[in-house]
Write a protein that binds this ligand. Structure first.
Ligand SMILES: [Zn+2]
Length: 592
């Protein structure tokens, strides 16, 4: 069935749009040449000064194929506004967040009447906000370029500020991967290791954690500062502008079978509403292949090159990826205090692996993972690791994941059997680990093993480190998260008593037996990742809430939280958490 164009699906709407425009004195003409191929509709408009508020203006309006679910776009050639106007596409920005500010009962006429005069006034002025209710939103110029190479990025740090007087110098770039091309699944990834000056100073360097992640080859290039961004959306034009701004040349360097050069360009770019910081982009020049033309009739038996000619150089515009600490943490501003926290996690299985990755992403400074198990293919259905980690120790597989997800989190692993899970009854390595544990801010126990929980809770209390445990029930029908702080009046043994006397009810659990996959030494509980992870999520929330609240025993949340995913009949329910705050249990003998 053909998809109806909007002007047929909404009968009469196009006529109404035209008459509403005419009511405002706007002359309009549908560009029929553009109507056949697309389901978009293009209109040329002559907007009088009674609508623009300034001079009359010729506009092009494009109604998208899914109009009026999303707003029309408006373009003006040669407007030259410093704000609210895309210098490449010529689009005039009338709505800050189009999807939110546009209602489906809107019209082009109404949009122009309400937004155009203020957009033009604010766009032309250098004043902050002018008198329009401008969205507090940056319009970074680098985002206007369309000619970026596919699947290619060069890392910089958004917190870099080069000295104002610095205008050019050498850069060291690590570059890895094939040259950009149409193949989207092959990526060229690089990073600027060092932004230098011609007198040998370093203005900026990437942090070690990022440098260590970069593979490939070291390339020496040049950077230069442009006073305005290049207003041509073309890699070669940007290269030429950079070359013109820099008195030094950059050498050809071998990369694969070709020779390349790289230039970085720094230019002023909006980073906040009418705030300017330094934008970066990079141009890679791949030198033309040297072709040798052979003479067709060799005179002396062997063909000889008659002449050597070069193919044309190729230019690739590489986008900058901001990978600094502040760039990575910009989306989780509340979690800043986690950066100085050290967390030890016992159990890198299904529920523990998810906690580790969530805490890494949240910005925990240091994570130690303790687990002696090996990651099996059968674990993948509910483990955060992927096939890439199979065959490694779970602790190692998760450490690798965290490093890739959270490069500024220091991750260590310890292949120790701790707690109740030692196979041969040897002494618990926890005795050694516990000395080190004193420097930690939190011990998380994802062993989900009753004996291990008793041991770890005891050790945590003795070394005065808060203890957080999490467990899921068979079938992943429910789970439990418990937090015992430094000054907690109750202990792990109290918790067992509270569970025994049903002050804390047993989380729902499947009555079915454990399953023992072929080749597996122990039966294991059943349950899907999306249910188990509900427990991990709550543990990660509790950990980050406790770690970011002040250490003086400030309460955040509950001591114990019990999850219910199924009702008594085993039917799925919405996830329900019930919180409990505890005191000392009268029958607990663990208190003097
Ligand atoms: Zn107790």
């Amino acid at each position: 069935m053909p998809f109806l164009p909007w002007w047929e699906r909404y009968a009469g709407l196009l006529q109404s749009e035209i008459s509403w425009l005419q009511d405002l004195g706007i002359a309009c003409r549908i560009d029929e040449t553009k109507r056949d191929d697309h389901q978009t509709l293009t209109m040329e408009l002559s907007v009088p000064e009674t609508v623009t508020g300034t001079a009359p203006l010729e506009l092009t309006a494009v109604f998208p194929d899914f109009y009026p679910l999303v707003p029309p776009k408006v373009f003006a050639v040669d407007l030259g506004m410093p704000h609210h106007w895309n210098p490449f596409s010529n689009e005039v920005c009338l709505l800050g967040t189009p999807s939110e500010e546009w209602g489906t009962n809107g019209s082009l006429a109404q949009l122009l009447k309400d937004q155009l005069p203020a957009a033009l006034k604010a766009g032309m002025s250098g004043d902050e906000h002018a008198d329009w209710n401008e969205k507090p939103q940056a319009e970074p110029f680098g985002a206007y370029y369309n000619s970026y190479a596919n699947s290619a990025m060069v890392f910089v740090d958004g917190s870099w500020t080069l000295p104002r007087e610095a205008v050019q110098g050498p850069i060291e770039v690590r570059l890895d991967g094939p040259f950009p091309g149409p193949e989207l699944t092959q990526r060229m990834l690089g990073g600027v290791l060092r932004v230098g000056s011609d007198t040998g100073q370093a203005h900026a360097t990437l942090e070690n954690q990022i440098q260590e992640l970069l593979g490939g080859q070291l390339i020496h290039g040049r950077w230069s500062r442009l006073s305005t961004p290049v207003a041509v959306d073309d890699a070669r034009a940007i290269w030429e502008a950079a070359e013109k701004a820099d008195s030094s040349s950059t050498p050809d360097q071998p990369y694969g079978r070709r020779k390349i050069q790289i230039r970085g360009v720094v230019f002023p770019e909006e980073s906040g509403p009418r705030q300017v910081s330094e934008g970066w982009l990079f141009v890679l020049r791949v030198r033309g292949e040297q072709r040798q033309n052979y003479s067709k009739k060799p005179r002396s038996g062997r063909s000889r090159p008659l002449m050597v000619s070069g193919g044309a150089d190729e230019y690739h515009l590489l986008r900058a990826g901001r990978v600094g600490r502040s760039d990575i943490r910009a989306r989780v501003p509340d979690l800043g205090p986690l950066a100085t926290k050290k967390v030890a996690l016992v159990g890198a299985g299904a529920i523990g692996s998810a906690v580790a990755v969530h805490l890494g992403r949240a910005g925990v400074g240091h994570l130690s993972l303790i687990d002696a198990d090996v990651l099996e293919p059968g674990n993948l259905v509910r483990h955060t690791a992927t096939l890439e980690g199979v065959g490694f120790l779970k602790a190692v597989a998760v450490a690798r994941l965290v490093r890739m997800a959270a490069p500024y989190t220091e991750v260590m692993y310890n292949p120790a059997y701790v707690g109740g899970s030692r196979p041969h009854g040897e002494p618990d390595p926890l005795r050694q680990i516990s000395q080190d544990l004193e420097s930690y801010d939190l011990l998380i126990d994802a062993s989900a093993d009753r004996g291990t929980q008793r041991i770890l809770a005891l050790v945590a209390r003795e070394v005065d480190v808060p203890y957080l445990s999490l467990e899921a029930t068979n079938g992943a029908w429910g789970g439990l998260v418990a937090y015992i702080g430094r000054d907690s009046p109750w202990c792990q043994s109290c918790l067992e008593w509270f569970r025994y006397d049903q002050t804390i009810p047993d989380p729902a659990h499947s009555p079915s037996p454990y399953t023992q996959p072929i080749g597996c030494a122990q039966p294991t509980f059943t349950g899907a990742a999306f249910d188990l992870e509900e427990v991990s999520l709550q543990a990660a929330r509790t950990a980050s809430a406790r770690l970011t609240s002040d250490d003086q025993g400030a309460k955040s949340g509950f001591d114990v939280a019990v999850l219910k995913l199924r009702d008594e009949a085993g039917e799925r329910t919405l996830p329900t958490w019930t919180g409990y705050n505890l005191g000392r249990h009268p029958r607990c003998a663990g208190h003097s």
